[in-house]
Design a protein around this ligand. Sequence first.
Ligand SMILES: [Fe+2]
Ligand SMILES: [Fe+2]
Length: 441
Amino acid sequence: MSTAAKSHATQSISYADLYARWERGHWLANEIDFTQDRIDWRERLTDEQRHAALWFMSLFFHGEDEVADDLSPYVTAAPTEEQTYFLTTQQVDEARHSVFFTRFMHEVVGLGDGTVGSGLEATKLHLTWGHKKTFENLAKVADELRHDRSKQKYAEAITNYMIIVEGTMAQPGQHLIESWLERTGLLPGFFEGLKHVANDEQRHIAFGMKTVADLYQEDPDEIGPIIVDAIRKSGTFLVSFAYPDDGDSTYLDSLGISLTDLYADSMRALMSRLRGIGLSDELRAKALTLDTSISFEEQGVRVMRLLDAGYLGPGFRPTSKDPEDLELLWEMLSYIINANAKVGTVVQFEFSDVGAHHYSQTPDGLVYSAGAHPSPSVSIKSSLDDFVAIVNERSNPVKLMLQRKFWVSGDRGLVVGQRSVFGPATEAAPRRIPVLSRFGL
Ligand SMILES: [Fe+2]
Ligand SMILES: [Fe+2]
């Protein structure tokens, strides 16, 4: 069994201290004064800013409600009293966050009748495909935790909730809104509440990092791949959560926020969380299916290009067949193939509309080239659109197979199981990668 390096960042955190910080950090969502906010909303914000702010705030409002709903199985699955007590404080926090957003929507924007349900109903039209998928996944994992309280499931659930949803998706976005409000002095009540929310989230994320770090250090071979899998599974949805369904990525320009910056900040945050947990360099690189040698800013640009090209996300626009975009797609596919495959292994993607590329494992690593290989070890055939739909969980691969639109041929052992070229995350604990497990194999 391998040992994991102890992370200084999480060692200095204790569950008792996190609880004490909660007691000291009380604030009252019902006491926030929205008088100036009402004036600002009507008179000082432009139409574009109102539109963008309402859209972005709705994503966070619904997020707060979802996390409040999904936390109870965590409370019962927690292995120690200290963790249980902290999680009950978090449940109160999430409800308070939701009340704060409900008040803002009702008293400032004029939506709903002041009840949480009516506020959610009035804002649900702003939810994106990526947002819905992210929270469907969170609810599914929470439900699984209800029936399976093993440390493996607990590690997966905490990774999803505190590391991915709170630490990677919500917090960087909240910081961008905070900086807009700080720069402009607009909506002072909302700004004050949001700062309290951010302090609470800081504690929640610290709890998640501490818990996952402890579980990982206890059993790195078992827990490491679980963390990596959780991140890889949610990656597609995660990058799409703030991407509008109409594909207009300039949506937030009026707030001085760019989606590319948001992606860069999210990836920077995720990397720092994983480092804080003590995850090895190798596993950190596997968790992110992009080139980790380039800057976060450049990664943000690439994610945006993958979304704009229709390779990631909701699929409301045609998939790009532009050669420059396709180059990015071929590169993306290289990150989903396990670099530990035996030398000589060849994985081929044959897309009826844009041609074939094959990926060969050489003594120097994985190399890929255009064109078909005479005898690939594994071959995946379909149209590009069908393949992209499977990757983004918009099409059922089994159905496509029955319709003779999707084929996987070659060495079955390389597609699934111990020798899979699409896993394992580590030699000791084989895992299939989500893309291929979605093929129903
Ligand atoms: Fe929250
Ligand atoms: Fe939270």
